[in-house]
Design a protein around this ligand. Structure first.
Ligand code: F3S
Length: 765
């Protein structure tokens, strides 16, 4: 019942602020009492050993104790399969599992959830039984999207959470330091192993002014992404500060933190504000708001010296004046290609893009707050009253059952449905390649453009069609533009002809409530929150059918043999952007997340170019996974050479496990995306960076690579200077070259490498 639900929620205890502040005081005194940014405060209060002085930002590693772990259904499978190998009775910290990624978007919420439950029963049952066995909260399919549910139930200011999804930073909107990781990192936290993070730098974003009219938090982050690019945040926590912060809603701040992942930031964070207190109260957590209020200035904001003289304390500062910001759009194919929506007509002309908008999608984990939905509803109401209907199909993905039920109670869903919009399940479907576009008339593989309020727009990400151009924008813009059916339509300035012929219709700027006036509705009983504390039950048996095509228990990877790595073939030299989607495709392959062998047959390094390489052993051509498998079958290991920011995108460790499973030992890149580099290390693959970027050209398909100095490095890890050498012999056997490379392996991480994987190391005790 609703009553038992709210009592369950109120049992999620307030954070241990006394403990955090005590630890912080101790660490701060070891740092000579210097003023701290908010990011540092939260990190240092979660150090595994407060007697160790933390390294300077950007140097060395922090060993941390997270407070909580959240996992989505796709990444939870591998995380839990790995956790099982640790042989512990329960998780060391509270954890939750969210069934959201495996739900298709096809014909509407009810039918899609029912069908997905049927199709994925084996996985959902596996996850549910793991949850029951180890005392983890289990959120059923249809209950909502991980980041929205975390915000509504578990996010708490000043706490540290790991999530097995790259948009975990969403919870930064509620002042939580929430970091997206691979399953292997989550296992660290679940198994009470200090979790290592390279001490991040802190990028301060100073906000002044306030948003107005058509602009929204989405525009702030799209604008910032354009400035920073997809690599600009790498190695940094983005910390917002300044007078503009207090003008933002909690959920708006969450949108901005969510999309900090798009610039490669470790996470994003806001100081505690009254808007956060209001959100906590609206989500039945007044006790948390009270506890947070008590430590707001000491613990939940940067020190006053930092805000007074930010240049001295942040590693970099970016200024954004919210009052002058214009509504933005970003795309196609990359989230940092942002421009003011007013420039769309010019872009269309210059790039030769079609003006037709084939579909508009709003909601998702990024933008489905009450505020977003009420502002979008306001626009639909205006257009409907003028007799207009959307010219492009419009889809709504509520972030959670709580949001959906509240929209229904407050009449918003009805407004959308009356206008002909399709309400999809409270799940990820169209955001993650599970969108089956049967209702609109866009032919398969057709060149077409969509507008979404989602966070990512890599090719093929939504509907599996690499010819779909996805432009990201605020839900308000997506909604209004769907009524024109054209990308060139600027709803702030342009008009649409009224169907009754009586002149032109112009939207007035959207308006909406930040929070529902009569509180959030609870929604369907089946989707209500599980109890806050769940006892583990060791009698629950977790079964994995050996014949299963989707789940497979893991075998440990083999350990390092103590020698230099020799005779490594360069399987492929990847050109340009290589995201985790390219390395380990999502969409239809998601169903093999828990079966390493089967998922490893999917296209590797498919960057849209011809998926063909030559097998150096036979001289025959094959697809990349075929040749990798052939090398593996003949006992050969191989390497990948990559460009900048290799592995940007998601936290999925499969992008590291699959190559490892197929025999990859070394990745040589111009630079790495942080999460992926760590994932490679966890799986026992050696990631190295070219000291001279031009050396990239020395490699070709079939070159043979050898390490020089690896045994010394492993035997004397403390004395290592972060360098190593590689000998490259061209495929034709001509003169070898020796080049220097660098690595970022800590002493512990070198141990993972020599044991074959981090998990092997754990199992060794
Ligand atoms: Fe889901 Fe991630 Fe999108 S959580 S809604 S797939 S960004």
């Amino acid at each position: 019942s609703a009553t038992s639900t709210s009592s369950a929620i109120s049992q999620v205890p307030a954070p241990k602020y006394t403990q955090f502040t005590e630890t912080l005081r101790q660490v701060k005194s070891s740092l000579g009492g210097r003023p701290l940014t908010l990011a540092e405060k939260i990190l240092y209060s979660h150090l595994a050993d407060a007697t160790v002085t933390p390294p300077a930002r950007g140097e060395g590693y922090l060993k941390l104790r997270p407070d909580r772990v959240a996992m989505q259904d796709a990444s939870a499978q591998m995380a839990l399969l790995q956790f099982q190998l640790a042989r512990l009775p329960t998780t060391a910290v509270p954890a939750s599992i969210h069934c959201d990624h495996l739900i298709v978007a096809e014909s509407g919420a009810e039918a899609d959830v029912a069908r997905s439950i049927q199709d994925n029963a084996e996985i959902f049952n596996f996850l549910e039984s793991m949850a029951a066995k180890y005392g983890i909260a289990f959120w059923r399919p249809g209950s909502g999207i991980i980041h929205q549910i975390v915000l509504e139930n578990y996010a708490a200011p000043g706490t540290l959470m790991l999530g097995t999804d790259s948009h975990t930073p969403n919870a930064g909107g509620l002042g939580m330091l929430a970091i997206g990781v691979g399953g292997a990192d989550a296992v660290d936290a679940l198994a009470h192993i200090p979790w290592e993070l390279k001490a991040p730098k802190v990028l301060g974003v100073r906000l002044t002014g306030s948003l107005d009219g058509w602009t929204s938090p989405k525009d702030v982050i799209l604008h910032l992404a354009g400035q920073l690019t997809v690599r600009g945040g790498t190695g940094h926590i983005i910390e917002y500060f300044g007078p503009g912060v207090s003008s933002l809603s909690c959920t708006g701040m969450a949108t901005m933190c969510n999309m900090g992942a798009e610039v490669g930031a470790t996470t994003s964070l806001f100081p505690y504000t009254p808007a956060m207190a209001s959100y906590l109260k609206a989500t039945r957590r007044s006790h948390m708001a009270e506890a947070a209020n008590a430590v707001a200035s000491e613990y939940l904001s940067p020190d006053t010296d930092v805000t007074r003289d930010p240049k001295s304390f942040y590693d970099r500062i970016i200024d954004i004046d919210l009052s002058t910001l214009k509504p933005h759009v970003s795309g196609p194919a990359t989230p940092d290609a942002s421009f003011p929506v007013a420039e769309f007509p010019k872009r269309l002309r210059e790039e030769g893009w079609e003006d037709r908008l084939s579909a508009g999608l709003i909601g998702s984990c990024t933008n489905s707050s009450y505020e977003d939905m009420s502002r979008a509803t306001h626009l639909v109401q205006q257009a409907t009253e003028a007799g207009l209907t959307p010219k492009s199909p419009l889809y709504v993905t509520p972030g959670s059952e709580q949001i959906r039920a509240t929209m229904e109670r407050d009449g918003m869903l009805q407004v959308f449905e009356k206008a002909g919009a399709t309400v999809l399940a409270n799940a990820c479907g169209p955001c993650i390649g599970q969108w089956r576009r049967e209702e609109d008339d866009t032919p398969v593989n057709a060149d077409n453009s969509i507008l979404t309020s989602f966070n990512r727009n890599f090719r093929g990400r939504n509907d599996g069609n690499i010819n779909t151009k996805n432009f990201l924008a605020a839900p308000e813009l997506v909604t209004a533009m769907a009524f024109s059916g054209r990308l060139s339509f600027n709803p702030a300035t342009d008009t649409l002809p009224r169907p009754d012929g009586k002149g032109e219709f112009r939207f007035t700027a959207p308006y909406g409530d930040e929070l529902p006036q009569s509180g959030f509705a609870q929604g369907q009983a089946a989707y209500r929150p599980p109890p806050a504390t769940i006892q583990p039950d060791e009698s629950v048996s977790v079964k994995v059918d050996p014949e299963s095509k989707r789940l497979q228990l893991l075998d440990p990877f083999s350990a390092w043999d103590g020698q230099e790595i020799q005779g490594l073939r360069v399987l492929v030299r990847v050109q340009g952007k290589c995201t985790t989607d390219h390395i380990s495709a999502a969409g239809p392959w998601l169903k093999y997340k828990g079966h390493l062998e089967n998922i490893s047959t999917n296209p590797l390094f498919d960057t849209g170019k011809v998926n063909t390489v030559v097998n150096a052993l036979t001289g025959e051509e094959g697809t990349i996974p075929e040749v990798a498998k052939a090398y593996k079958a003949s006992g050969e290991s191989w390497a990948v050479v990559a460009d900048h920011n290799y592995g940007e995108g998601s936290a999925r460790e499969h992008a590291a496990m699959q190559p490892r499973f197929l025999g990859c030992k070394l990745i040589i890149a111009r630079s790495f995306a942080r999460i992926h580099e760590t994932n490679l290390k966890k799986q026992g693959v050696l990631p190295v960076t070219l000291q001279d970027e031009a050396d990239y050209e020395l490699f070709e398909q079939g070159s043979v690579v050898e390490t020089i100095g690896l045994p010394d490095l492993i035997k004397n890890p403390k004395g290592n200077d972060g360098t190593l050498q590689l000998r490259i012999t061209p495929a034709d056997g001509s003169n070898p070259r020796v080049i220097p490379v660098t690595h970022t392996m800590s002493v512990d991480q070198l141990g993972w490498f020599s044991s074959g994987s981090a998990l092997n190391r754990i199992a060794q005790g």
